[in-house]
Design a protein around this ligand. Sequence first.
Ligand SMILES: Cc1ncc(COP(=O)(O)O)c(C=O)c1O
Length: 336
Amino acid sequence: MIDLRSDTVTLPTQEMLDAMVSAPLGDDVYGADPTVNALEEFAADKLGFGAAIFAPSGTQSNLLAIMSHCQRGDEYIVGHDAHTFKYEAGGAAVLASVQPQTVSFTEQGELPISAIEAVIKPKDVHFASTKMLALENTYHGKVLPMDYLPKAREVADKHNLALHLDGARVFHAATYHNIEVTDITKHCDSVSVCLSKGLSAPVGSLLCGTAEVIERARKWRKMLGGGMRQAGVLAAAGRIALEAMPNRLQQDHDNAALLGQLIADLPGLAVRHNWLQTNMVWCDFNKSIAQELTPFAQSRGIIIRPSDKEMRLVIHRHIGEAEVKQTAAMLSEFFK
Ligand SMILES: Cc1ncc(COP(=O)(O)O)c(C=O)c1O
């Protein structure tokens, strides 16, 4: 099957599976798994931070950042439909007791500086203390403009906020700009990066930050049940994901662009060309056809998950030029 629902469906490479079998292991809760320790050191170095911690998921890694930068009763500023806010089951509020203060994202995924400043609370007993600003890059496959990041850093410094980046796909952003990932991460106090999406590892995310932030995160991870004992089995695959897989992301971007071109003129479907920067192709429908399209695609060997009016097609390691052409042919048959 050609699965276009998400890049989370990627399977580990043979090299990852081989590395998992032969990884030296220990008990990571005692800090004694050499493969996890090596991955954390490698990640901290690659992303330009003092330390890193391996977490089971991006959801937990983002939550560790919130819990490590904020305290109970504090507040963090976040985009209105950011993953951290909308798709992580309300963990900041429920588990961290940290109140989310939303600001509307611009089309490109920026939180306007004036809007951030407008919601920062003054010191007053009536208000939660604003302690953190959370950004997301990429956002719906779109890349934050490089001139935005220094502005976000400046406003964070001015108001004493920690700046956290949900960088689940930060290597896609770096690939798009053709820059080092540290050119993005250097503006942040912490970054969560997912190994199990476009980078193809089976499980895992890394939170990178200062040694103090990561030390706090280590305790919160234990509390949240994320202490994983012989986690080197997973970290071995994660190391290959982080070391080797960012180099192939341009292929995914090229294939996404190809798919966007091939379906650009179909009647009843409009590609959001201005959103098509990395590995996601977003389309709008002029009427509600999801109920017919999903089984039709399935009958042609393609798994998609359209909603009533829109659809996201995600390109990843298992979708090459042939699969892109097969998808375009299926959509052409359906819409024509
Ligand atoms: C932008 C973003 N952040 C965080 C996550 C959470 O990652 P996980 O599914 O590993 O919890 C996702 C998952 O798709 C995501 O797309």
